[in-house]
Every structure is written in structure tokens, then in C-alpha cells.
Design a protein. Structure first.
Length: 113
């Protein structure tokens, strides 16, 4: 024990599910021990903290846009005419989709692997 390279012990408590997941990941990694696997994760692993609030807002906006498009399509089918105002509204809605998508993507962290 005195010649041990790693002298700092780490003790953690896991649920049965967490223990099972750890064991499966250790097996899949091909590493010789849980300790080696955990050290590798500590040194080289990534932790992701994902905020889905913008995605929920985006999905709500898409649902509203979809409803508007359905209303326009119903009006076009009922009258047999395509109105310039409807085309303009569709273009505005699509621009809103793209702008929202660009905004979401620009806020994502850049990861260099």
C-alpha cells in the first residue's frame, strides 16, 4: 500500500440501476476494471447540461405555424384561389421557423473532439 501511485480513495453510493449501468458501460469499454473506467471518464469524459426550454418554445411556435398553414390551406381549397396575402403569410411563417432554428443553433456550445 505504501508504494501505491494513487493514494486518494473515492467512495460513492449507487442505486441498483446505476450500478447495472456502470457495469454494462465498463464491459462495453473493454477496460480491465471499474476504477480504470471511472478514471478515464474523469480525465477524458464529457458532462452535458442541456437546456430544453428553447426546444419546447420552438415546438410550440411550430405548432402555431402549422395551425396557421392549415387555415390558409383550407381557405385556398375552399375558394380555389391563392391570395397574395396568404402567400405572404406563409413566407413570414417560414422565415420565423428559420430564424428560430438559427437562434437555437447559435446558442449551442461548440465542441471540438
Amino acid at each position: 500500500m505504501a508504494n501505491r501511485e494513487r493514494k486518494n480513495e473515492l467512495k460513492i453510493y449507487l442505486s441498483d440501476d446505476e450500478q447495472y449501468i456502470l457495469e454494462q458501460k465498463v464491459k462495453a469499454s473493454g477496460m480491465k476494471s471499474k476504477s480504470a473506467f471511472l478514471r478515464h471518464q474523469i480525465l477524458y469524459g464529457f458532462v452535458y447540461d442541456i437546456d430544453y426550454s428553447e426546444l419546447r418554445e420552438y415546438n410550440a411556435a411550430l405548432a402555431k405555424i402549422g395551425n396557421n398553414l392549415n387555415q390558409i390551406a383550407k381557405r385556398m381549397n375552399a375558394t380555389g384561389n391563392v391570395y397574395a396575402a396568404d402567400v405572404k403569410q406563409v413566407k413570414e411563417l417560414m422565415k420565423k421557423v428559420w430564424d428560430t432554428q438559427k437562434s437555437m443553433l447559435s446558442k449551442q456550445p461548440y465542441m471540438k473532439l
